[in-house]
Design a protein around this ligand. Structure first.
Ligand code: GDP
Ligand code: MN
Length: 398
């Protein structure tokens, strides 16, 4: 589960990590008022930031620095009335329903700091770079050695010396060094405390020297958090932040019916039972030159209604030019799938080619059901095995 930046800032602040004060608003006039409040504290610079579950906002023009309440109003008006498109959003972009208005800080240097789970090593990993900011993806792609990786035990946690080594490796000195060490330790404790799978601060900022901080100070100006869904049952406060409007509508709808559905970019809609079979189905489709429009695992015990719903979700995707059903009936009975296909043909209607491969429990009954409905589903073909199925659907959409 993901949360918004304004919520992530709250989490960091509650953990004792310095974050500039700000307020989330949903209208441009509230943005104006929030900016007036920031300026009234004596701050000269205000930042207006779109709150969506995607990064790359700076480059997309959805993070704006302003010096007046009027400019904050204009920036918020722009963000709330345009979809944000970045490499991290779907091509059609995301609607912006909220903006954060916060005190902006002056920046001497931007750093990157993150903690995530390294599944391959079975550890957590602290990542840090002295080249933080909006180019971090480019740094990661072209000079991965510029990003330091420090693995640490998920239960034992990050040792204080690892935090100090990391802060020193970033080239920090004096007070900011100690502030960064303290911040990294707090971040690692927070990571475990909230069952996060990603905590990212980019940029972590060193401010220029000023009267209060002659050596500058360390402060987090952006934060991204992702949580382990399996731990949400014990993270009530965080689970309450779940924002269904930021989720893919089809994925949300599928989850409500107990289906595992992930939208992808291809044109073959897939309906499969079991995650492993779904993965191999996607592989075989790709092998034969087409590409899957989704991952959909109806599971072992889905009802006929849930399977019908699965067809509805697949067929409502305009990218879908063909549907491949691949079922290996174990606990799932093939006749249930066959009935759902017939039901979907009646209630939703197949306007695209359909290839069905069924094997396993009750397959004979399933074949009978499909055979008797064949004149009502003329675009349906039966396949003998997975390769045959993938070849048929690829040919049908070509
Ligand atoms: P992202 O592009 O979605 O990651 O949004 P960020 O919050 O990281 O902002 C993008 C960039 O805007 C940062 O890398 C900074 O260069 C700049 N920026 C963001 N907040 C501030 C701020 O408070 N002060 C200044 N001077 N620049 C900021
Ligand atoms: Mn950022």
């Amino acid at each position: 589960m993901k949360i918004h930046e304004f919520q992530a800032r709250q989490l960091l602040a509650d953990a004792g990590i310095p974050v500039p004060p700000g307020r989330m608003v949903t209208t441009a006039s509230d943005a104006r008022r929030a900016a007036e409040a920031v300026l009234a504290t004596g701050a000269g610079l205000v930042v207006v930031k779109a709150q969506v579950h995607a990064g790359g906002r700076g480059k997309a023009g959805f993070v704006k620095l302003v010096r007046s309440a009027d400019d904050a109003f204009a920036a918020a008006t722009f963000m709330l009335s345009n979809r944000m498109v970045s490499p991290q959003t779907p091509p059609e972009g995301l609607e912006v329903k909220r903006v954060l208005v916060a005190e902006a800080v002056e920046i001497a240097k931007e750093y990157y700091l993150a903690i995530t789970v390294d599944r391959a090593r079975r550890t957590n990993t602290l990542m840090a770079s002295a080249e933080g900011g909006v180019e971090i993806e480019h740094v990661a792609a072209t000079r991965p050695q510029a990003i330091l990786r420090v693995p640490f035990h998920p239960v034992a946690g990050l040792a204080p010396f690892q935090a100090r080594d990391t802060a020193m490796a970033l080239g920090l000195h004096g007070k900011p060094l100690n502030q960064a060490v303290d911040l990294i330790v707090r971040l690692s404790n927070l990571f475990r405390g909230v069952d996060a799978s990603l905590l990212e601060i980019n940029p972590l900022v060193l401010t220029p020297p000023c009267a209060d901080h002659p050596q500058g100070r360390i402060i987090a100006v952006d934060a991204k958090c992702t949580f382990d869904d399996n731990a949400l049952f014990r993270q009530k406060a965080i689970a309450d932040w779940f924002d269904p409007t930021e989720e893919n509508a089809s994925e949300l709808h599928a989850a409500q019916h107990g289906l595992s559905y992930v939208a992808l970019d291809g044109n073959i809609g897939c309906l499969v039972n079991g995650a492993g079979l779904a993965m191999s189905t996607m592989d075989v489709i790709s092998l034969h030159g087409a590409s899957p429009a989704n991952f959909l695992d109806v599971g072992g015990s889905a009802s006929e209604d849930a399977v019908a719903e699965a067809f509805r979700i697949i067929l409502s995707d305009p990218k879908v030019k063909g549907v491949l059903v691949n079922i290996f009936g174990g606990i799932m009975q093939c006749d249930r799938i066959a009935r759902a296909i017939v039901g979907a043909a009646e209630t939703v209607g197949f306007s695209v080619p359909l290839v069905v491969r069924l094997e396993g429990t009750n397959v004979d009954e399933a074949r009978k059901i499909l055979d008797s409905a064949r004149d009502r589903i003329p675009m349906m073909q039966s396949a003998t095995d997975l390769t045959d199925a993938a070849m048929r659907i690829t040919r049908a959409v070509a």
